[in-house]
Design a protein around this ligand. Structure first.
Ligand code: NAP
Length: 254
């Protein structure tokens, strides 16, 4: 079958930013939006020469690396200013960057709680606040944040993480209502257990236990989260807002 022409690609002419795009789910999302014809800004904490080479080789002039530490308000301001100065607009924001600092509540230090909230929730809030202003001018925008099944069900040992991910859902619902009349949708994708570095470090016994609770009988792939995001950022999803799309192999039916 012939490759789709530039004009027929789903996201041609649109500008997207994906945070935490150096690897894992963020990288898969950014690559997927690029394949759909968007100009994609890969938000990364640290730009490496390898990344620069890769972008130059595969991006077709539409992939850009953006130094962006979501735990740092200045970095967010500078990063988004650089993107807007160069591209003049932002149509799609994907808040993907996230960290875990697992531990039981009784032993969790303030810093372990705060670090996760600042990275996973405050970072997304700051990005949304700035991006949505630019989107309102164009009366169009798509914002998707990557939460987690933990944000809905809770998870022992992940109080900080679950609070940040549940917070993303409530934040997204609230912003969705504030900007619904401006052509901007705000949604969430909540992955279950996905094969990435984040889950790769878990001991075998934890992985085996997790597998017992996934009716589909396997862990998910990063690309499977990207396909869910691809739908929510499409023009066709304009009537879907304030929602959470659970992609978890049936692990939790909510
Ligand atoms: P990962 O493999 O650990 O990758 C995390 C990404 O976030 C990396 O690109 C990392 O950048 C970036 N990041 C971390 N802190 C950052 C900061 N302060 N500023 C900018 N970027 C930062 O994780 P993943 O599995 O792909 O997870 C991606 C998202 O999906 C996260 O929000 C995670 O909570 C969520 N999620 C994952 C799973 C799963 O099973 N994997 C399940 C549910 C939800 P560096 O390369 O610089 O470290």
């Amino acid at each position: 079958m012939a490759e789709p022409s530039e004009k027929t690609r789903m996201l041609s002419g649109q500008v997207a930013l994906v945070t935490g795009a150096s690897r894992g789910i963020g990288r898969a999302i950014a690559d997927c939006l690029l394949a759909e014809g968007a100009e994609v800004w890969y938000g990364v904490r640290q730009v490496t020469p390898e990344m620069e080479k890769e972008m130059a080789a595969s991006g077709g002039g539409k992939a850009f690396l953006l130094p962006l530490d979501v735990a740092d308000g200045d970095s967010i301001e500078k990063g988004l200013d650089a993107l807007l100065n160069r591209s003049g607009r932002i149509d799609i924001l994907v808040n993907n960057a996230g960290i875990v600092r697992d531990g039981l509540v009784v032993r969790m230090k303030d810093e372990e709680f705060t670090e996760v909230i600042v990275t996973n929730l405050l970072g997304a809030f700051r990005l949304m606040r700035k991006a949505v202003k630019a989107m309102m001018k164009n009366r169009y925008g798509r914002i998707v944040s990557i939460s987690s099944i933990s944000g809905t069900t809770g998870n022992a040992g992940q109080a900080n993480y679950a609070a940040s991910k549940g917070g993303l859902v409530a934040l997204s619902k609230s912003l969705a209502l504030e900007v619904a009349s401006r052509g901007i949708t705000v949604n969430v994708v909540a992955p279950g257990f996905i094969e990435t570095d984040m889950t790769g470090v878990l001991p075998d016994r934890v992985r085996e236990k997790a597998l017992e609770h996934i009716p589909v009988g396997r862990f998910g792939k990063a690309e499977e989260i990207a396909y869910a995001v691809r739908y929510l950022v499409s023009r066709e999803a304009g009537f879907v807002t304030g929602q959470t799309l659970h992609v978890n192999g049936g692990m939790a039916l909510v």
